[in-house]
Design a protein around this ligand. Structure first.
Ligand code: FBP
Length: 264
């Protein structure tokens, strides 16, 4: 396990990854409400907020936009991804090597694993190559650990999410990015499954946009459960005013304050 102490991916052990790989994963429909956010500069600008510890993008955005922001943001480059146009069993094409990610300035790399998919075996083997290369570069590896596939009945139940966190630990990820299991107790179980204090750090994925209060309560539950933070996209850049929410996230994640205090 890599210590994140000296990595820009974390600040005092807390993580807030701004995910912006949706243009590939979901397509332009995620930008319908705020079409201006289709322009990557607008979200790189958001990522310069102090609360954000890293921006997660695919290779093309890393190559094209990160150079203008390298003094102000830390870069997490995704190594695989799939478009929403793919209709097969969940899978993700490896589209960037760790060597290339390091060449273009990545401070961390990310890899999606669909546990339970018919493609799990191949994906785990691809992950092995990426994880070992990341170790050679001393770059943290974040696993988007998302159980899904036609054989999986309860992809979002708490035990499955805890299993996803465990899978990240077992395969050598430094950070496990999981869907929210729904409660503080379930998140505690997930954090324990990831190895607890000395294990893989657990960060929560955001999902569809919800109200400020609902979102912050969920974040607070994650932090109180021993989670390291978040790796979220839509709940930040689909908002009219992302800075306002990031100020509140600074308070809850980095300063340990209550939701009420953060909202006021
Ligand atoms: P959100 O916070 O917007 O849910 O983003 C997190 C994320 O993991 C993105 O990195 C990714 O593009 C997206 O969710 C994939 O979500 P799904 O595969 O569930 O559609």
């Amino acid at each position: 396990m890599l210590s994140l102490e000296d990595s820009p991916l974390a600040r005092d052990g807390k993580i807030l990854i701004l995910a912006y790989d949706h243009g590939l994963e979901h397509g332009p429909s995620d930008f319908t409400e705020h079409p201006e956010r289709m322009a990557p500069e607008t979200v790189f600008d958001v990522a310069t907020h102090d609360a954000v510890t890293s921006v997660a993008v695919q290779k093309g955005l890393a190559e094209g936009y990160y150079p203008s922001y390298e003094d102000d943001v830390s870069l997490l480059t995704k190594l695989n991804g799939t478009s929403n146009l793919w209709m097969g069993e969940p899978d993700s094409a490896v589209n960037c090597t760790v060597d290339y990610a390091a060449d273009i300035g990545a401070d961390a790399v990310g890899f999606t694993l669909y546990g339970g998919s018919n493609s799990e075996i191949e994906m785990a083997e691809e992950f092995r190559d990426a994880q070992e290369a990341a170790r050679e570069h001393d770059i943290p590896m974040v696993m988007w650990s998302y159980p899904r596939g036609q054989g999986l009945r309860n992809a979002s139940d708490a035990d499955t999410i805890a299993y996803a966190a465990r899978e990240a630990l077992e395969l050598g990820a430094d950070v496990a990015k999981v869907k929210s299991p729904g409660s503080r107790e379930a998140m505690e179980h997930t954090v324990q499954a990831a190895g607890g204090e000395n294990g893989a750090k657990v960060v929560m994925s955001g999902g569809s946009k919800v109200s400020d209060e609902a979102f912050l309560k969920n974040v607070k539950a994650v932090m109180d459960a021993g989670g390291a933070g978040l790796a979220v996209g839509r709940n930040i850049w689909q908002r009219e005013n992302p800075t306002q929410l990031l100020d509140a996230l600074e308070a809850v994640i980095h300063e340990g304050r209550s939701v009420d205090a953060a909202l006021s």
